[in-house]
Design a protein around this ligand. Structure first.
Ligand code: F0G
Length: 452
């Protein structure tokens, strides 16, 4: 790779079980002994740091790469390659993911009752979601390991991302998605990028069950978020966030929770940044779920996080319509380690928060808006203080689910659902399209009435 990225004893990564600590072979997803999830560790870091470099040298190296024209330097994931598993440069599949912006959200801050609110917009990735940051590492590993096929079960964003990276890397891809339960935009991406796309008459959890059996029988590499290489790529979003803030940690990071890999990745990054001396204080990481897809919230509230009882998931934020999240133990560890919390929000609260983020000229998909809705609750509860700095992780682009946005503004999003009554309070936020005669006066009248 670069002069720094040669394979040495200090750079080598290892797969370890999060439960019993046993090491595992590089292309496994669960521990052979206890079936817990695996994570990538870097045993050499303790002695000398990644590639023998200290935090100050790494900070400079990563920033310098922003002025390079090399594809792997232009990637907002691979420019951090010293803290990633080693994959040779000729196997790396990059669509220049990462390097996403942070936006200040002053009006949302006011609405939540705090002063300093920012959004790390992971929807600004090449396929429109945060999945690209993890897909570049995991798809590259698949290519390096010689796989011909990759596959995932998805609520739409993973599949869009996987399809793109597989095609770019000359791999074939299989997508299993729940029939009728993902947005058209996401489905169209997977078709456009050339995946074999199957809509199963089931939900996301059902798709996962089928796929787990398929990969047992076929030489297909799984690119769901139990894949530890995905977590490594997703972790760079937190390194980048801290870099963008001059390595000054915010007080809180708020993340939407679905399969619970993203919160795990962000927490792993914070743990590593502390270990390597990049930061001296770790922000609180809190996870927000939709009320109808709240297995982690229930687990924490009903049994102190001892076990996770799967739920039948139902929410219009289809990206996080997940009842049996695979990475719940990893996410719980992050919440505990950072003194974060969990919260749930209603369908109405999600729709309102999404409209507020849209009205800042930023926008996001419904699943991302749970972060603002959750923040409002955490401020009311006193968990977030008015003078604290908060970063919301916006996971998907607003165009991912234009149907939701149109229905919201037309006022028929909740028609025929049990949230119809709740939706009356949303009327002031709705800006439905106006149909006018093609007359100058009609447009001017409208402008004048909007001014007053
Ligand atoms: N936000 C968006 C936009 C998502 O697509 C997802 C997950 C999440 C949040 C939750 O992240 O699963 O790491 O807790 N989407 C997956 C998919 C499940 O298949 O696209 P998580």
């Amino acid at each position: 790779m670069t002069e720094h990225a040669t394979k040495t004893e200090v750079s080598v990564s290892q797969l370890r079980c999060i439960g019993c600590g046993r090491t595992a072979l590089p292309d496994r997803f669960r521990c052979e002994t206890c079936r817990d999830l695996l994570e990538i560790t870097y045993p050499g870091w303790d002695a000398r740091g990644p590639y023998g470099l200290d935090a100050a040298s790494l900070k400079k190296l990563w920033l310098d790469r922003r002025s390079s024209f090399k594809p792997i330097d232009q990637s907002g994931v691979w420019r951090f390659r010293e803290i990633l598993p080693e994959i040779s440069e000729d196997k790396v599949i990059t669509i220049r993911e990462g390097n996403t912006p942070i936006y200040e959200l002053p009006r949302c801050a006011q609405s939540a009752g705090i002063k300093y609110l920012f959004a790390k917009h992971q929807g600004m990735n090449p396929t429109g979601s945060f999945k690209d940051t993890g897909m570049t590492t995991a798809a590259s590993f698949a290519r390096a390991a010689g796989y011909k096929w990759v596959a995932c079960a998805s609520t739409g964003n993973t599949s869009a991302s996987m399809a793109a990276y597989a095609s770019r890397g000359g791999l074939r891809s299989l997508v299993l998605i729940p029939d009728g339960k993902i947005s058209w935009g996401k489905l169209s991406q997977s078709l456009d990028y050339g995946a074999i796309t199957c809509q199963l008459k089931s939900d996301f959890d059902g798709c996962v069950r089928v796929l787990n059996e398929v990969i047992e029988r076929m030489p297909v590499y799984l690119l769901n978020s139990v894949n530890p290489y995905r977590v490594e790529g997703q972790k760079t979003a937190a390194f980048e966030l801290l870099e963008q803030r001059g390595w000054e940690p915010p007080d809180h990071i708020i993340v939407p929770g679905g399969n619970l890999a993203n919160s795990s990745a962000i927490g792993k990054a914070l743990r590593e940044m502390k270990q390597l001396g990049f930061i001296s204080r770790v922000p609180k990481v809190s996870v927000i779920q939709a009320e109808g897809a709240n297995p982690l919230v229930r687990s924490v509230r009903e049994n102190g996080g001892e076990k996770l009882v799967p739920v039948h998931a139902e929410t219009m934020a289809t990206a996080i319509r997940i009842g049996n999240p695979a990475s719940w133990k990893k996410a719980l560890r992050v919440i505990r380690e950072t003194d974060g919390t969990v919260e749930q929000v209603s369908e109405g609260e999600i729709a309102l928060a999404k409209a507020e983020i849209g009205a800042e000229g930023v926008g996001c998909e419904p699943a991302s808006a749970v972060t603002l809705a959750g923040l409002k609750k955490l401020v009311r509860q006193g968990f977030v203080a008015p003078n604290e700095t908060v970063v919301l992780v916006l996971t998907g682009h607003t165009l991912k689910d234009a149907d939701f946005t149109l229905k919201f503004h037309r006022g028929d999003l909740f028609n025929g659902t049990s949230f119809e009554a709740e939706s009356n309070s949303l009327k002031p936020y709705q800006r439905s399209p106006l149909v006018l005669e093609p007359s100058v006066d009609a447009v001017i009248d409208l402008l004048q009435s909007a001014e007053s």
